[in-house]
Design a protein around this ligand. Structure first.
Ligand code: PXG
Length: 457
Protein backbone atom coordinates (compact mmCIF):
# COMPACT_ATOMS: atom_id res chain seq x y z
CA UNK A 1 0.00 0.00 0.00
CA UNK A 2 1.41 3.40 -0.87
CA UNK A 3 1.37 5.89 1.96
CA UNK A 4 0.10 9.41 1.57
CA UNK A 5 2.22 12.47 2.24
CA UNK A 6 0.15 13.13 5.37
CA UNK A 7 0.86 9.64 6.68
CA UNK A 8 4.62 10.05 6.11
CA UNK A 9 4.53 13.42 7.84
CA UNK A 10 2.64 12.02 10.83
CA UNK A 11 5.14 9.18 11.28
CA UNK A 12 8.03 11.59 10.74
CA UNK A 13 6.94 13.97 13.47
CA UNK A 14 6.04 11.10 15.80
CA UNK A 15 9.48 9.45 15.68
CA UNK A 16 12.19 11.27 13.74
CA UNK A 17 14.22 14.03 15.42
CA UNK A 18 15.77 15.95 12.52
CA UNK A 19 19.18 17.68 12.65
CA UNK A 20 19.26 21.44 13.35
CA UNK A 21 15.48 21.54 13.73
CA UNK A 22 12.92 23.05 16.08
CA UNK A 23 11.04 19.80 16.51
CA UNK A 24 7.75 21.31 17.57
CA UNK A 25 7.50 23.87 14.80
CA UNK A 26 8.38 21.27 12.16
CA UNK A 27 5.70 18.92 13.54
CA UNK A 28 3.12 21.69 13.05
CA UNK A 29 4.05 22.19 9.40
CA UNK A 30 5.11 18.69 8.39
CA UNK A 31 8.29 17.84 6.50
CA UNK A 32 8.69 18.04 2.77
CA UNK A 33 9.14 14.39 1.78
CA UNK A 34 11.63 13.81 -1.04
CA UNK A 35 11.07 10.55 -2.87
CA UNK A 36 13.30 10.46 -5.94
CA UNK A 37 15.92 12.34 -7.92
CA UNK A 38 17.66 12.52 -11.26
CA UNK A 39 20.50 14.73 -12.52
CA UNK A 40 19.90 18.10 -10.82
CA UNK A 41 16.22 17.53 -10.02
CA UNK A 42 14.30 16.14 -7.05
CA UNK A 43 10.68 15.06 -6.75
CA UNK A 44 8.59 15.26 -3.60
CA UNK A 45 5.90 12.85 -2.43
CA UNK A 46 3.22 14.93 -4.16
CA UNK A 47 5.05 14.64 -7.48
CA UNK A 48 6.42 18.20 -7.59
CA UNK A 49 9.68 18.59 -9.51
CA UNK A 50 12.33 20.72 -7.78
CA UNK A 51 15.63 22.07 -9.15
CA UNK A 52 18.19 21.27 -6.46
CA UNK A 53 20.56 24.23 -6.51
CA UNK A 54 22.18 22.98 -3.26
CA UNK A 55 23.40 19.55 -4.45
CA UNK A 56 21.58 17.84 -1.59
CA UNK A 57 23.67 19.47 1.14
CA UNK A 58 26.67 20.67 -0.89
CA UNK A 59 27.55 17.10 -1.76
CA UNK A 60 25.94 15.58 -4.86
CA UNK A 61 28.71 16.87 -7.12
CA UNK A 62 28.12 14.37 -9.96
CA UNK A 63 24.34 14.80 -9.77
CA UNK A 64 21.71 12.20 -8.97
CA UNK A 65 21.14 8.94 -10.83
CA UNK A 66 24.74 8.06 -11.72
CA UNK A 67 24.53 4.32 -12.33
CA UNK A 68 28.30 3.79 -12.08
CA UNK A 69 28.18 4.70 -8.38
CA UNK A 70 25.20 2.45 -7.77
CA UNK A 71 26.92 -0.46 -9.53
CA UNK A 72 30.13 0.06 -7.56
CA UNK A 73 28.19 -0.09 -4.29
CA UNK A 74 26.23 -3.18 -5.31
CA UNK A 75 29.34 -5.02 -6.47
CA UNK A 76 31.26 -4.22 -3.31
CA UNK A 77 28.31 -5.11 -1.08
CA UNK A 78 28.09 -8.47 -2.75
CA UNK A 79 31.82 -9.21 -2.55
CA UNK A 80 32.67 -7.76 0.85
CA UNK A 81 30.14 -5.44 2.52
CA UNK A 82 32.39 -4.69 5.48
CA UNK A 83 35.71 -5.32 6.95
CA UNK A 84 37.67 -3.03 9.22
CA UNK A 85 41.11 -1.47 8.90
CA UNK A 86 42.16 -2.05 12.51
CA UNK A 87 44.34 -4.99 13.63
CA UNK A 88 46.76 -4.92 10.71
CA UNK A 89 44.15 -5.53 8.01
CA UNK A 90 42.92 -3.59 5.00
CA UNK A 91 40.39 -3.92 2.19
CA UNK A 92 41.24 -3.36 -1.45
CA UNK A 93 38.85 -0.42 -2.11
CA UNK A 94 40.31 1.49 0.86
CA UNK A 95 43.88 0.95 -0.35
CA UNK A 96 42.99 1.89 -3.90
CA UNK A 97 41.13 5.01 -2.80
CA UNK A 98 44.11 6.09 -0.66
CA UNK A 99 46.27 5.71 -3.77
CA UNK A 100 43.87 7.70 -5.97
CA UNK A 101 43.45 10.45 -3.37
CA UNK A 102 47.22 10.89 -3.33
CA UNK A 103 46.98 11.45 -7.10
CA UNK A 104 44.14 14.00 -7.17
CA UNK A 105 45.20 16.04 -4.13
CA UNK A 106 48.11 18.55 -4.15
CA UNK A 107 51.61 17.01 -4.20
CA UNK A 108 52.33 17.36 -0.46
CA UNK A 109 49.56 14.84 0.25
CA UNK A 110 50.46 11.16 0.08
CA UNK A 111 48.56 9.75 3.06
CA UNK A 112 44.96 9.66 4.18
CA UNK A 113 43.15 8.92 7.44
CA UNK A 114 39.52 7.89 6.77
CA UNK A 115 36.45 8.82 8.78
CA UNK A 116 32.73 8.52 8.25
CA UNK A 117 31.94 12.24 7.94
CA UNK A 118 33.35 15.73 7.84
CA UNK A 119 32.75 16.24 11.56
CA UNK A 120 34.68 13.10 12.40
CA UNK A 121 37.39 14.22 10.00
CA UNK A 122 37.78 17.45 11.96
CA UNK A 123 37.89 15.52 15.24
CA UNK A 124 40.76 13.60 13.66
CA UNK A 125 42.43 16.91 12.78
CA UNK A 126 42.33 18.04 16.41
CA UNK A 127 43.74 14.74 17.66
CA UNK A 128 46.37 14.65 14.95
CA UNK A 129 47.78 18.17 15.19
CA UNK A 130 48.08 17.90 18.96
CA UNK A 131 49.70 14.50 18.63
CA UNK A 132 52.13 15.87 16.05
CA UNK A 133 53.40 18.59 18.37
CA UNK A 134 53.49 16.17 21.27
CA UNK A 135 55.71 13.77 19.32
CA UNK A 136 57.97 16.67 18.43
CA UNK A 137 58.41 17.50 22.12
CA UNK A 138 56.18 20.59 22.07
CA UNK A 139 53.08 19.36 23.93
CA UNK A 140 52.25 22.92 24.96
CA UNK A 141 51.24 23.65 21.37
CA UNK A 142 47.54 22.98 21.98
CA UNK A 143 45.64 25.97 20.66
CA UNK A 144 43.78 25.77 17.38
CA UNK A 145 42.69 29.05 15.85
CA UNK A 146 39.53 29.11 13.75
CA UNK A 147 37.08 31.81 12.68
CA UNK A 148 33.71 33.18 13.69
CA UNK A 149 30.91 31.96 11.40
CA UNK A 150 32.98 28.98 10.26
CA UNK A 151 31.29 25.58 10.03
CA UNK A 152 33.41 22.53 10.80
CA UNK A 153 30.75 20.02 11.88
CA UNK A 154 28.58 19.13 14.82
CA UNK A 155 30.60 16.72 16.98
CA UNK A 156 32.16 18.21 20.12
CA UNK A 157 35.40 19.12 18.35
CA UNK A 158 33.75 19.99 15.03
CA UNK A 159 31.26 22.35 16.67
CA UNK A 160 34.05 23.86 18.79
CA UNK A 161 36.21 24.55 15.75
CA UNK A 162 33.15 26.03 14.07
CA UNK A 163 32.35 29.60 14.91
CA UNK A 164 28.58 29.39 15.14
CA UNK A 165 27.47 31.20 18.29
CA UNK A 166 24.13 29.36 18.39
CA UNK A 167 25.95 26.03 18.51
CA UNK A 168 28.37 27.20 21.19
CA UNK A 169 25.41 28.28 23.32
CA UNK A 170 24.29 24.65 23.68
CA UNK A 171 26.31 21.95 25.42
CA UNK A 172 29.23 23.81 26.95
CA UNK A 173 31.24 24.57 23.81
CA UNK A 174 33.84 25.28 22.63
CA UNK A 175 36.10 22.68 24.21
CA UNK A 176 39.31 24.14 25.70
CA UNK A 177 42.11 25.60 23.59
CA UNK A 178 40.06 26.56 20.58
CA UNK A 179 39.80 30.26 19.78
CA UNK A 180 38.21 32.24 16.95
CA UNK A 181 39.17 35.31 14.93
CA UNK A 182 36.83 37.32 12.68
CA UNK A 183 35.99 36.08 9.21
CA UNK A 184 37.23 37.80 6.04
CA UNK A 185 33.77 39.14 5.22
CA UNK A 186 34.12 42.53 3.57
CA UNK A 187 30.46 43.50 4.01
CA UNK A 188 30.70 43.01 7.78
CA UNK A 189 34.21 44.27 8.49
CA UNK A 190 35.64 46.00 5.44
CA UNK A 191 33.16 48.47 3.92
CA UNK A 192 34.91 51.58 2.70
CA UNK A 193 38.19 49.68 2.29
CA UNK A 194 39.76 48.36 -0.85
CA UNK A 195 38.91 44.64 -0.96
CA UNK A 196 42.46 43.36 -1.30
CA UNK A 197 43.71 45.65 1.46
CA UNK A 198 40.88 44.30 3.60
CA UNK A 199 41.97 40.71 2.78
CA UNK A 200 45.44 41.46 4.17
CA UNK A 201 43.99 43.12 7.22
CA UNK A 202 41.71 40.14 7.92
CA UNK A 203 44.61 37.70 7.55
CA UNK A 204 46.66 39.74 10.00
CA UNK A 205 44.02 39.15 12.66
CA UNK A 206 45.56 35.69 12.72
CA UNK A 207 49.01 37.12 13.36
CA UNK A 208 47.67 39.34 16.13
CA UNK A 209 45.99 36.38 17.82
CA UNK A 210 49.11 34.21 17.50
CA UNK A 211 51.18 36.93 19.15
CA UNK A 212 48.59 37.44 21.88
CA UNK A 213 48.57 33.71 22.72
CA UNK A 214 52.28 33.10 22.14
CA UNK A 215 53.33 31.26 18.98
CA UNK A 216 54.82 28.44 21.04
CA UNK A 217 51.32 27.55 22.26
CA UNK A 218 49.57 27.53 18.88
CA UNK A 219 49.20 24.20 17.06
CA UNK A 220 47.22 25.08 13.95
CA UNK A 221 44.92 27.39 12.06
CA UNK A 222 41.85 25.91 10.33
CA UNK A 223 39.62 27.48 7.69
CA UNK A 224 37.29 26.69 4.82
CA UNK A 225 38.71 28.21 1.60
CA UNK A 226 35.20 29.63 1.06
CA UNK A 227 32.93 29.50 4.11
CA UNK A 228 29.95 27.49 2.92
CA UNK A 229 27.34 27.14 5.65
CA UNK A 230 28.34 30.61 6.86
CA UNK A 231 26.81 32.03 3.67
CA UNK A 232 29.35 31.50 0.86
CA UNK A 233 31.84 34.01 2.22
CA UNK A 234 34.42 34.36 -0.56
CA UNK A 235 37.62 35.95 0.76
CA UNK A 236 39.59 38.54 -1.24
CA UNK A 237 42.43 36.99 -3.29
CA UNK A 238 44.98 38.53 -0.93
CA UNK A 239 43.67 36.66 2.13
CA UNK A 240 44.92 33.06 1.86
CA UNK A 241 48.46 33.79 0.64
CA UNK A 242 48.88 36.09 3.65
CA UNK A 243 47.47 33.40 5.98
CA UNK A 244 50.06 31.04 4.47
CA UNK A 245 52.86 33.53 5.09
CA UNK A 246 51.82 33.95 8.72
CA UNK A 247 51.53 30.20 9.37
CA UNK A 248 54.97 29.69 7.81
CA UNK A 249 56.49 32.48 9.83
CA UNK A 250 55.33 31.10 13.18
CA UNK A 251 55.62 27.45 12.17
CA UNK A 252 51.90 26.84 12.65
CA UNK A 253 50.11 24.01 10.87
CA UNK A 254 47.62 25.11 8.23
CA UNK A 255 44.43 23.08 7.86
CA UNK A 256 42.07 23.52 4.92
CA UNK A 257 38.57 22.23 5.58
CA UNK A 258 37.63 21.13 2.06
CA UNK A 259 34.39 19.35 3.00
CA UNK A 260 32.44 21.70 0.73
CA UNK A 261 35.20 23.16 -1.47
CA UNK A 262 36.80 19.82 -2.37
CA UNK A 263 36.25 17.68 -5.45
CA UNK A 264 35.74 20.41 -8.03
CA UNK A 265 33.34 22.83 -6.36
CA UNK A 266 35.58 25.90 -6.78
CA UNK A 267 36.88 25.04 -10.27
CA UNK A 268 39.98 23.18 -9.09
CA UNK A 269 40.09 19.81 -7.41
CA UNK A 270 40.50 21.56 -4.05
CA UNK A 271 39.77 25.06 -2.81
CA UNK A 272 43.34 25.59 -1.62
CA UNK A 273 44.41 25.36 -5.27
CA UNK A 274 41.90 28.04 -6.29
CA UNK A 275 43.15 30.37 -3.53
CA UNK A 276 46.86 29.53 -3.80
CA UNK A 277 47.86 28.04 -0.47
CA UNK A 278 49.51 24.84 0.63
CA UNK A 279 47.86 23.23 3.65
CA UNK A 280 49.43 20.63 5.92
CA UNK A 281 46.12 18.86 6.43
CA UNK A 282 42.91 18.80 4.42
CA UNK A 283 39.54 17.59 5.70
CA UNK A 284 37.19 16.14 3.09
CA UNK A 285 33.76 14.43 3.00
CA UNK A 286 30.60 15.15 0.96
CA UNK A 287 31.90 15.37 -2.65
CA UNK A 288 34.31 12.43 -2.21
CA UNK A 289 31.33 10.11 -2.78
CA UNK A 290 28.98 12.80 -4.12
CA UNK A 291 26.97 11.99 -1.00
CA UNK A 292 25.77 8.62 -2.34
CA UNK A 293 27.13 6.99 0.85
CA UNK A 294 28.82 8.59 3.87
CA UNK A 295 32.61 8.96 3.81
CA UNK A 296 35.06 11.52 5.11
CA UNK A 297 38.70 11.80 6.01
CA UNK A 298 41.81 13.85 6.38
CA UNK A 299 44.61 14.17 3.87
CA UNK A 300 47.84 14.21 5.83
CA UNK A 301 50.71 16.23 4.41
CA UNK A 302 54.21 14.76 4.20
CA UNK A 303 55.50 16.99 7.00
CA UNK A 304 53.03 15.49 9.48
CA UNK A 305 52.93 11.95 8.06
CA UNK A 306 56.71 11.65 8.36
CA UNK A 307 56.68 12.53 12.06
CA UNK A 308 53.70 10.32 12.90
CA UNK A 309 55.09 7.36 10.95
CA UNK A 310 58.75 7.59 11.95
CA UNK A 311 58.47 8.81 15.52
CA UNK A 312 54.84 8.58 16.59
CA UNK A 313 54.30 4.97 17.58
CA UNK A 314 50.65 3.99 17.82
CA UNK A 315 48.15 6.74 17.01
CA UNK A 316 45.31 5.93 19.40
CA UNK A 317 42.44 7.01 17.21
CA UNK A 318 40.09 5.55 14.59
CA UNK A 319 36.51 4.72 13.70
CA UNK A 320 34.71 1.46 12.92
CA UNK A 321 34.00 2.86 9.48
CA UNK A 322 37.49 4.26 8.76
CA UNK A 323 37.97 3.01 5.20
CA UNK A 324 34.55 1.36 4.84
CA UNK A 325 34.90 -0.75 1.68
CA UNK A 326 31.51 0.14 0.19
CA UNK A 327 32.04 3.86 0.78
CA UNK A 328 35.54 3.63 -0.71
CA UNK A 329 34.27 1.71 -3.75
CA UNK A 330 31.67 4.41 -4.38
CA UNK A 331 34.32 7.14 -3.92
CA UNK A 332 36.51 5.42 -6.51
CA UNK A 333 33.63 5.31 -9.01
CA UNK A 334 32.80 8.94 -8.22
CA UNK A 335 36.38 10.17 -8.76
CA UNK A 336 36.64 8.12 -11.97
CA UNK A 337 33.50 9.81 -13.23
CA UNK A 338 34.74 13.30 -12.26
CA UNK A 339 37.93 12.56 -14.19
CA UNK A 340 36.34 10.94 -17.24
CA UNK A 341 33.68 13.61 -17.62
CA UNK A 342 36.25 16.38 -16.94
CA UNK A 343 33.90 17.91 -14.38
CA UNK A 344 36.59 20.04 -12.75
CA UNK A 345 37.43 21.58 -16.14
CA UNK A 346 33.69 21.91 -16.86
CA UNK A 347 33.38 24.08 -13.74
CA UNK A 348 36.61 26.00 -14.34
CA UNK A 349 36.24 26.72 -18.05
CA UNK A 350 32.54 26.56 -18.78
CA UNK A 351 29.76 26.57 -16.20
CA UNK A 352 31.71 28.41 -13.48
CA UNK A 353 32.32 31.50 -15.67
CA UNK A 354 28.80 31.15 -17.07
CA UNK A 355 27.32 31.18 -13.54
CA UNK A 356 29.46 34.23 -12.73
CA UNK A 357 27.90 36.05 -15.72
CA UNK A 358 24.40 34.92 -14.80
CA UNK A 359 24.88 36.22 -11.23
CA UNK A 360 26.36 39.46 -12.54
CA UNK A 361 23.16 39.87 -14.57
CA UNK A 362 21.07 39.27 -11.43
CA UNK A 363 22.88 42.10 -9.70
CA UNK A 364 20.63 44.57 -11.57
CA UNK A 365 17.72 43.39 -9.40
CA UNK A 366 16.58 46.04 -6.88
CA UNK A 367 17.01 43.62 -3.95
CA UNK A 368 20.50 42.41 -4.84
CA UNK A 369 23.29 44.38 -3.17
CA UNK A 370 26.11 42.01 -4.07
CA UNK A 371 26.16 39.00 -6.39
CA UNK A 372 29.28 36.85 -6.19
CA UNK A 373 30.42 33.39 -7.19
CA UNK A 374 33.42 31.10 -6.90
CA UNK A 375 33.29 28.13 -9.24
CA UNK A 376 29.85 26.66 -8.64
CA UNK A 377 29.11 28.41 -5.37
CA UNK A 378 27.15 31.62 -5.47
CA UNK A 379 25.62 34.17 -3.12
CA UNK A 380 23.22 37.08 -3.48
CA UNK A 381 23.15 39.59 -0.64
CA UNK A 382 19.60 40.97 -0.28
CA UNK A 383 19.53 44.60 0.80
CA UNK A 384 17.12 47.50 1.23
CA UNK A 385 19.34 50.00 -0.54
CA UNK A 386 21.70 48.80 -3.26
CA UNK A 387 24.03 51.77 -3.21
CA UNK A 388 24.55 51.80 0.56
CA UNK A 389 24.10 48.06 1.08
CA UNK A 390 21.61 48.88 3.84
CA UNK A 391 20.41 45.64 5.41
CA UNK A 392 16.76 44.81 5.98
CA UNK A 393 15.57 44.83 9.59
CA UNK A 394 16.51 41.45 11.06
CA UNK A 395 12.89 40.76 12.14
CA UNK A 396 11.80 40.76 8.48
CA UNK A 397 13.83 37.61 7.85
CA UNK A 398 14.22 38.58 4.20
CA UNK A 399 16.22 35.49 3.31
CA UNK A 400 13.58 33.16 4.73
CA UNK A 401 10.86 35.02 2.81
CA UNK A 402 12.81 34.53 -0.41
CA UNK A 403 13.54 30.90 0.44
CA UNK A 404 9.79 30.33 0.92
CA UNK A 405 9.17 31.58 -2.62
CA UNK A 406 11.95 29.33 -3.91
CA UNK A 407 10.36 26.23 -2.37
CA UNK A 408 6.93 27.20 -3.71
CA UNK A 409 8.41 27.66 -7.19
CA UNK A 410 10.35 24.44 -7.48
CA UNK A 411 13.82 25.66 -6.52
CA UNK A 412 16.01 24.74 -3.58
CA UNK A 413 18.22 27.64 -2.57
CA UNK A 414 19.50 28.24 0.97
CA UNK A 415 19.13 31.41 2.99
CA UNK A 416 21.87 32.31 5.47
CA UNK A 417 20.56 35.51 7.02
CA UNK A 418 20.16 37.91 4.08
CA UNK A 419 22.46 35.85 1.82
CA UNK A 420 20.74 33.59 -0.72
CA UNK A 421 23.17 30.88 -1.68
CA UNK A 422 23.55 28.09 -4.20
CA UNK A 423 25.95 25.23 -4.91
CA UNK A 424 24.41 23.19 -7.74
CA UNK A 425 25.70 19.82 -8.96
CA UNK A 426 28.84 20.17 -11.09
CA UNK A 427 27.11 18.41 -14.00
CA UNK A 428 24.77 21.40 -14.44
CA UNK A 429 24.63 22.72 -18.03
CA UNK A 430 24.44 26.28 -19.32
CA UNK A 431 20.76 25.75 -20.24
CA UNK A 432 20.08 24.54 -16.70
CA UNK A 433 21.88 27.58 -15.27
CA UNK A 434 19.51 29.73 -17.37
CA UNK A 435 16.57 27.77 -15.99
CA UNK A 436 17.89 28.19 -12.44
CA UNK A 437 18.55 31.92 -12.75
CA UNK A 438 15.10 32.50 -14.27
CA UNK A 439 13.60 30.81 -11.20
CA UNK A 440 15.84 32.88 -8.92
CA UNK A 441 14.74 36.10 -10.62
CA UNK A 442 11.09 35.14 -10.30
CA UNK A 443 11.57 34.48 -6.56
CA UNK A 444 13.43 37.78 -6.11
CA UNK A 445 10.50 39.57 -7.82
CA UNK A 446 8.02 37.87 -5.51
CA UNK A 447 10.15 38.82 -2.50
CA UNK A 448 10.34 42.43 -3.71
CA UNK A 449 6.55 42.50 -4.11
CA UNK A 450 6.23 41.29 -0.48
CA UNK A 451 8.72 43.91 0.68
CA UNK A 452 6.78 46.72 -1.06
CA UNK A 453 3.42 45.48 0.19
CA UNK A 454 4.59 45.01 3.77
CA UNK A 455 6.57 48.27 3.89
CA UNK A 456 9.94 46.63 4.61
CA UNK A 457 11.82 48.82 2.16
N1 PXG B 1 33.24 21.03 7.41
C1 PXG B 1 32.54 21.79 6.56
C2 PXG B 1 33.23 22.90 5.83
C3 PXG B 1 31.19 21.52 6.31
O1 PXG B 1 30.50 22.27 5.47
C4 PXG B 1 31.36 19.70 7.91
C5 PXG B 1 32.69 20.00 8.09
C6 PXG B 1 30.80 18.55 8.68
O2 PXG B 1 30.56 17.48 7.84
P1 PXG B 1 29.48 16.34 8.28
O3 PXG B 1 29.67 15.31 7.22
O4 PXG B 1 29.87 15.85 9.61
O5 PXG B 1 28.14 17.02 8.30
C7 PXG B 1 30.59 20.44 7.00
C8 PXG B 1 29.14 20.10 6.81
C9 PXG B 1 24.43 23.94 5.89
C10 PXG B 1 25.08 22.68 6.31
O6 PXG B 1 23.39 24.28 6.51
C11 PXG B 1 26.41 22.43 6.00
C12 PXG B 1 27.01 21.27 6.45
C13 PXG B 1 26.29 20.34 7.16
C14 PXG B 1 24.96 20.58 7.47
C15 PXG B 1 24.35 21.74 7.07
O7 PXG B 1 24.88 24.61 4.98
N2 PXG B 1 28.36 21.09 6.18
Amino acid sequence: MTRTTASWQAADSAHFLHPFTDFQSLAKKGSRIITKADNIYLWDSDGHKILDAMSGLWCVNVGYGQQALVDAAAKQMTELPFYNAFFQTATTPAIELAEVLAEVTPPQFNHVFFSGSGSEGNDTVVRMVRRYWDVLGQPQRQVIISRHNAYHGSTMAGASLGGMSGMHAQGGLPIPNITHIDQPYWVEHGQGMDKEAFGLKAARWLEERILAIGADKVAAFIGEPVQGAGGVIIPPASYWPEIQRICDRYDILLVSDEVICGFGRTGHWFGCETFGFKPDLMTFAKGVTSGYVPLGGVMVGDRIAKVLIEQGGEFEHGYTYSGHPVACAVALANIKLIREQHLVEHVHDDVGPYLAQAFEALSDHPLVGIAETCGLMGALLLVKDKAKLTPFDAEVGIGMVCRGHCFANGLIMRAVGPRMIIAPPLVITRAQIDEMTALIRRCLDLTLADARREGWL
